[in-house]
Design a protein around this ligand. Structure first.
Ligand SMILES: [Zn+2]
Length: 199
């Protein structure tokens, strides 16, 4: 596709599916209400073949993340054990039936990592490097949790120069009562808030 105004090739668009894992959905060790619904809604959205050049996923992948885990978590900076590598909780949720990802980026082996941009794929490449080398300029972000990993991933994407939109209807929040603060922070970071029906 050619940009009619500048004659330069338009950039590519990617969807980033953040942390749709068993431990973040109902029945998991750090369950987010609406997580399973987000998983099936994302699957339905992708089954409708939206126009993305790439679809990538991120996963929390903890081995020993230090103070990120606590027996007395505050649910702000410390959390119950979750998404430990080698446990079923770390797997994608079964409601996420789409698995044809162009890349899966794991993060948080030995420390807290909320942003997918802290992750790397099986070849050890970071998400920014991968997207940039693929010619991606625009990203949509969905997944779990709206107010933590979706937010951090979208803010990093915008900071790195990607035109970034959060598909708000395809997310689930840890603290729905504090979502307004998350939306404000995203808007302040230059992230657009949209929905899957507009994307
Ligand atoms: Zn974690």
């Amino acid at each position: 596709m050619t940009d009619p105004e500048f004659g330069a090739p338009a950039g590519k668009r990617a969807l980033i599916v953040v942390d749709v894992q068993n431990d973040f959905c109902e029945g998991g060790s750090l369950a987010v209400a609406g997580g399973a619904q987000a998983a099936s809604d994302i699957s339905a959205y992708l089954a409708g073949k939206p126009e993305y050049d790439l679809v990538v996923a991120t996963r929390d992948a903890h081995i020993d993340p230090g103070a990120h885990f606590s027996d007395t978590p505050d649910f702000i900076d410390s959390w119950p054990r979750h998404c430990v590598v080698g446990t079923p909780g770390q797997d994608f949720h079964p409601g996420l039936t789409f698995r044809d990802f162009d890349g899966v980026f794991d993060k948080g082996n030995y420390e807290a990592a909320y942003s997918g941009f802290e992750g790397s794929n099986a070849e050890g490449r970071g998400l920014d490097e991968y997207l940039a080398e693929s010619g991606v300029t625009d990203v949509d972000v969905c997944g779990i949790a709206t107010d933590y990993c979706v937010r951090a991933t979208a803010q990093d994407a915008a900071m790195l120069g990607y035109v970034t939109t959060v598909l708000t209807d395809l997310t689930a929040a840890v603290a729905p009562d504090r979502l307004d603060a998350a939306w404000d922070a995203l808007a302040d970071s230059g992230v657009a808030l949209g929905t899957s029906s507009e994307a």
